[in-house]
Write a protein that binds this ligand. Structure first.
Ligand code: SF4
Length: 216
């Protein structure tokens, strides 16, 4: 953990304890059966809701069973299948290319190292961390739009970009919380600390929140 004062450490631990209490079963909303399916679903989730992605992958994974099917997919055909997720041309291209690399370089298995994952087309920092944490159980803190916003409002980070927020979270939040805290912050961002209208008055974190403090 980064060197932070005891008061700040205590504040963050209280926030984590409350998040755990309120979201005991928080986990990824994306449906997948293996690391490869999670990779495809996460690529599809860019600028798309998890609900929509699940609708699309329910169909898609029946037709395309694994990297072999995706690597040999006809780009137009795949575009049609994933159209509802948006950005479908790029996503289709990336999924096909990533599948080829996974087959040729990794024997059909999604790599479980961050440095290897981010070399795959369509897999950025966030997606790599999602895969590491959820498919392989490796400590990683994926920063999506909700995590970014809630971490900043709570005052755990003042980072202006996701990388800085990730650095602050991973240095201030104990490692054993990383995987779960990612899901807790997403849940909180969706249910209470929403982008447009955070429901501060009814938020169980308000006594520990810098944003709330600054408004009071
Ligand atoms: S008090 Fe408001 S800003 Fe702070 S976490 Fe809760 S909803 Fe978000």
């Amino acid at each position: 953990m980064k060197e932070i004062c005891d008061g700040e450490k205590e504040r963050i631990l209280k926030i984590l304890a409350l998040l755990e209490k309120h979201y005991p079963n928080a986990t990824t909303a994306l449906r997948y059966e293996n690391p490869f399916q999670l990779m495809v679903a996460t690529i599809l989730s860019a600028q798309c809701t998890d609900k929509r992605v699940n609708q699309v992958t329910e169909r898609l994974f029946k037709k395309y069973k694994g990297p072999e099917d995706f690597a040999t997919a006809e780009p137009r055909g795949l575009e049609e299948e994933i159209k509802e997720c948006g950005l479908f041309r790029n996503k289709s291209k990336n999924i096909i290319e990533a599948s080829r690399i996974i087959l040729e370089k990794y024997g059909g298995r999604v790599p479980d190292e961050f440095e290897e994952l981010i070399k795959l087309p369509g897999v950025g920092r966030k997606t790599a961390n999602v895969i590491l944490a959820n498919a392989f159980g490796k400590p990683a803190f994926a920063v999506d739009t909700h995590v970014f916003r809630v971490a900043r409002r709570l005052g755990i980070s003042d980072g202006k970009d996701p990388l800085k927020v990730e650095e602050d979270l991973t240095s201030k939040v104990p490692k054993e919380y990383w995987i779960k805290a990612h899901h807790w912050l997403i849940n909180h961002g969706r249910r209470i600390c929403t982008a447009r209208k955070p429901n501060c008055e009814n938020c169980f974190l308000k006594d520990f929140c810098r944003f709330y403090e600054s408004r009071s």
